[in-house]
Ligand binder design. Structure first.
Ligand code: CP
Length: 336
């Protein structure tokens, strides 16, 4: 069976991601590239629905995950994605590796390249770490699995896929992103991806957790224009999608929030607030959830929630990216 339906076998899809070797953020992705990834991910969803999910597409390829920060969804779904495509996937955490003996990030990455890594997936607390590796690795592709508060492109791609599946199209969708925007790499990458796809982005959250430029009525430096509405009830009016963010307490300095109780009163997504959105609006959260603080438990596990679908789509999107980066995406008959 072929990966794509004849309709999907367009000139766009055949170009895959062109000559792109690395995925570091969505700031340099065109709408065509985003559609390509999401179309291939739809094919991967079909594979995930089979009783035998393993396909030989990446047999002989070697993928390393290198995580300097905690993760469940991103690390495990990359591992699962690689294994289902028959790549050899090797996981390394900073704790227990030679990073604990003081080995530099670059020397660790060069060591993995010397072990014939075809692709390295990195999560790091410092913004820019994946870019640094991409500049220095000649034979190994780099995928950013989250760098500081800067970018999380694969989370944004799975979010775009989830929205596109619910609405049919991203164009002109109203997406309200709520909470700790200041520290959120998920918000930043989503802004790039949603803007490229023609969606309308509204940010809402406590002024202390919002970039200062936005509160002063300016654009975020170097980023696409977005709207800001600090009254959450107004922001949610007639929205298609509500995306609640996690409070990034590990990146916040003291005093950014008066109290959790005050945060919850103003920013928790409650059933009452949800009713202000369009009927059947999609509720999203990248996880991990602080239930009852960012989103109510009833909503998180209710009919409007896309949170578990986001996780499932994360596997499909990461399969698509690994496949496109490691094969060029030009081969027609991949999944047999
Ligand atoms: N959304 C996300 O990045 O989750 P993890 O930290 O569990 O990978």
């Amino acid at each position: 069976m072929s990966l794509r339906t004849p309709e999907q076998t367009t000139a766009q899809a055949q170009t895959g991601l062109g000559t792109r070797r690395h995925v570091l953020d969505l700031d340099d992705f065109t709408n065509v590239e985003i559609d390509t990834v999401l179309d291939v991910a739809e094919g991967m969803r079909e594979v995930l629905g089979r009783s035998i999910k393993k396909v030989p597409s990446l047999r002989g390829k070697v993928v390393f995950t290198l995580f300097y920060e905690a993760s469940t969804r991103t690390r495990v779904s990359f591992e699962q994605a690689g294994k289902l495509l028959s790549a050899d996937v090797i996981n390394i955490s900073a704790s227990g590796s030679s990073a604990e003996k003081g080995e530099s990030l670059l020397n660790t990455a060069l060591t993995l390249q010397a072990m014939h890594a075809d692709l390295l997936i990195i999560r790091h607390p410092h913004a820019g770490a994946p870019y640094f590796l991409a500049r220095h690795l000649e034979h190994t592709s780099v995928v950013n699995a989250g760098d500081g508060r800067h970018a999380h492109p694969t989370q944004a791609l799975l979010d775009l896929m989830t929205i596109r599946r619910h609405l049919g199209s991203l164009k002109d969708a109203k997406v309200v992103i709520v909470g700790d925007v200041l520290h959120s790499r998920v918000a930043r990458s989503n802004i790039w991806g949603l803007a490229a796809a023609g969606a309308r982005v509204v940010l809402s959250g406590p002024p202390t957790l919002m970039p200062r430029e936005l509160l002063q009525g300016e654009h975020l430096t170097g980023m696409p224009p977005v709207e800001v509405e600090t009254d959450l009830d107004k922001a949610i009016e007639d929205t298609d999608v509500i995306m609640a963010l996690r409070l990034q307490t590990e990146r916040q300095t003291r005093g950014m929030l008066p109290s959790i109780r005050e945060y919850t009163r103003r920013w928790l997504i409650t059933p009452e607030r949800y009713r202000r959105a369009k009927p059947n609006a999609l509720l999203m959260h990248p996880g991990p959830l602080n239930e009852g603080i960012e989103i109510s438990s009833a909503l998180a596990h209710g009919v409007g929630s896309g949170i578990e679908e986001q996780v499932s789509n994360g596997v499909a999107v990461r399969m698509a990216l690994l496949y496109l980066l490691l094969t060029g995406g030009a081969t027609e008959e991949i999944i047999q």
